[in-house]
Design a protein around this ligand. Sequence first.
Ligand code: FO1
Length: 314
Amino acid sequence: MKVVALAGGVGGAKLVDGLAALLSPDDFSVVVNTGDDFDYWGLRICPDLDTVCYTLGGLANPGAGWGQKDETWETLNGLKSMGGATWFKIGDKDLLTHLRRTELLAERRSLSSVTRELCSTWGVNHLVFPMSDDPVRTIVHTAEHGALDFQRYFVQFAYQPVVRLFEFCGAEVATPAPGVLDQIGAADVVIITPSNPFVSIDPILAIPGYRQALEDKVVIAVSPLVGGQALKGPAAKMFHELGVEPSASAIASHYRGLLKGFIFDVRDQTELEKIERWRIIGLLTNIIMHDFQDRIRFAHEVLKFCESILIRSK
Ligand code: FO1
């Protein structure tokens, strides 16, 4: 079975890690949100790409999920003592990634080509695509501070401002990264990982070409919410602020029209009937992944579910 995953940062990376352990590089590739990318310390930072790649390369910080394990903070502390910006925490090991990426981009290399090169230095064998080589920037329109760049909203303001609207600047003229649409075309299944629908998956879907490519595909999504709470980050808070009760069915409804299948937590069992009324096949299971064994166990279940949907849709 050939699979493509759409992913944001930490939540998506866990499932991607499990799937990569079960599927060969010929059968599995990942498309990652780059709407969170920004420039800081004069360097290009691509947080979600790095989170997915560090996770696949076994380099990720297991506590935070982002950044590298066994990190040191000499540069950050030094910059702090010189009055530099330190609201976004870049460790010394992580810094090497941003230095090398910025250097290669300055040589007019594309982000997808630079990502391939970085992946090969980290021993990541599966293909990891940025959603686009073109700049797309997520802007969060808030009640208190107006329009905020994503990282200022997320990290500097700790996602406290009340969200009114999301904007994906540049998406309308961006194109999918080279090779991505071929991967989707050849895939049996596309999996929307348990990432934030508003700021991780919607930026990908906002780029012309993706929705059309998914129309004829078996697409399944995994909920990032359990019992109306986000496993990590502000997804539930965002639903509230946009006037929607956060729930598994709210996620399924967000992707309605795209989905053949939806995987959500056993604790949300009461929502199955509603979801199946929309002709989406539901799978109830334990979706929480604490450790690597959980990632493998869950990825197995996801793939079995995909196979059953493929058989039913033949
Ligand atoms: N998230 C934080 O909450 N605080 C940070 O200081 C921070 C630094 C950071 C550095 C590199 C990196 O790749 C990610 C980093 N993140 C940090 C996570 C990141 O900003 C968000 O989790 C994603 O953009 C949302 O998916």
